[in-house]
Design a protein around this ligand. Structure first.
Ligand SMILES: Nc1ncnc2c1ncn2[C@@H]1O[C@H](COP(=O)(O)OP(=O)(O)OP(=O)(O)O)[C@@H](O)[C@H]1O
Length: 310
């Protein structure tokens, strides 16, 4: 039996703009139930990639496939089965959120009788209830962005593509957005471009890092998180003190009372915590260290040497 085609597949996809190869030879796959974070410095090619994935920009080489079907041989797929939040949401300022979302739902092929329920669900998920009757032109940037997310999900698409969705959000809204994206990722395939590394750690299963139009890194967000920990201790320690714990392969101080500790692959975190306590270090905090993603990103951003694709 052949396995089903992934929700999204980029096969050697590339795009030239103004005579220049802006994105080259991208190979990526994404299944329903996964959230992919697309990272890259300004100009890396994220928006161009998202536009190809969303079906609004044709690749000039390779292909983009939705459930195994070429998006450019079947352009109607994008309208019904993909939801896209571009950098600037295409809002009709004179409409209110409810009217606009009804319009979007119909445009994306939601049956007339199902529109009211679909719009109510999108309004609830994006917490737009209080604002649903206000003309879009009078909403704050954060609320307009929420309406932009709502139009991308109102038709329950298989694939949701979000370009910088947290742009204009205050910190509370940004945290809520993380929860929303995680929730969407349980039922859909989600691609999210962002500059915010903690957003990727918090709500993505996988990460792809673009640099100068090439995929420089692709892998699991949490693949190495269990071996790199941020540990708080009450006792003043030297790096050598950590050698007493058999599972520790490296330790470096971060600030007074905090260490980054690398564990040998396969080490159990509860055994490590027990050892820290048994040695009387005075454990005050223990958490996953976000550094692997951050250091990978910074190394790629700083260097033009090709890096491994995991
Ligand atoms: N229409 C266009 N014509 C020519 N070049 C373009 C066009 N659109 C984008 N580019 C170039 O392609 C490259 C990638 O742009 P893109 O917007 O995809 O990057 P990005 O990673 O999304 O950047 P940012 O984080 O700043 O939004 C940039 O060098 C940009 O100048």
């Amino acid at each position: 039996m052949t396995s089903p085609a992934p929700t999204l597949a980029l096969v050697q996809a590339g795009r030239r703009l103004a005579g220049r190869a802006v994105v080259r030879d991208l190979d990526l796959e994404l299944a329903r139930g996964e959230v992919l974070g697309l990272l890259g410095v300004n100009g890396a090619g994220k928006t161009t990639t998202l536009r190809m994935i969303a079906g609004v920009l044709a690749p000039t080489s390779g292909s983009v496939r939705l459930g195994g079907e070429d998006l450019y041989e079947h352009p109607e797929l994008a309208r019904r089965r993909i939801g896209y939040l571009p950098e600037t949401p295409p809002l009709h300022v004179e409409l209110d959120a409810e009217e606009y979302l009804r319009f979007c739902a119909r445009l994306h092929g939601v049956a007339r009788g199902a529109v009211t329920t679909a719009v109510a669900r999108a309004i609830e998920r994006c917490e737009l209830g209080e604002m649903r009757r206000r003309p879009l032109g009078t909403l704050s940037k954060g609320y307009r962005q929420r309406v932009g997310v709502a139009q991308a999900i109102v038709h329950e698409p298989e694939l949701i593509v979000l370009d910088e969705p947290a742009s204009g959000f205050d910190p509370v809204q940004a945290l809520r957005l993380r929860e929303l994206v995680r929730g969407l990722g349980r039922e859909h395939a989600v691609v999210l471009s962002t500059h915010v590394l903690p957003d990727v750690s918090a709500c993505c299963d996988r990460v792809a890092i673009l640099h100068r139009g090439e995929l420089r890194h692709a892998g699991e967000v949490h693949a190495s998180a269990t071996t790199s920990l941020r540990v708080g201790v009450a006792r003043a320690l030297r790096a050598d003190d950590w050698r007493a714990l058999p599972m520790v392969v490296a330790a470096e101080p971060l600030d007074l009372g905090h260490w980054r500790v690398e564990l040998a692959p396969g080490s159990a975190i509860d055994a490590f915590a027990a050892a820290v306590v048994a040695h009387g270090f005075g454990l005050t905090a223990l958490g996953a260290d976000a550094l692997p993603l951050e250091s990978t990103f910074l190394a790629i951003a700083a260097s033009d040497a090709p890096a491994a694709v995991a």
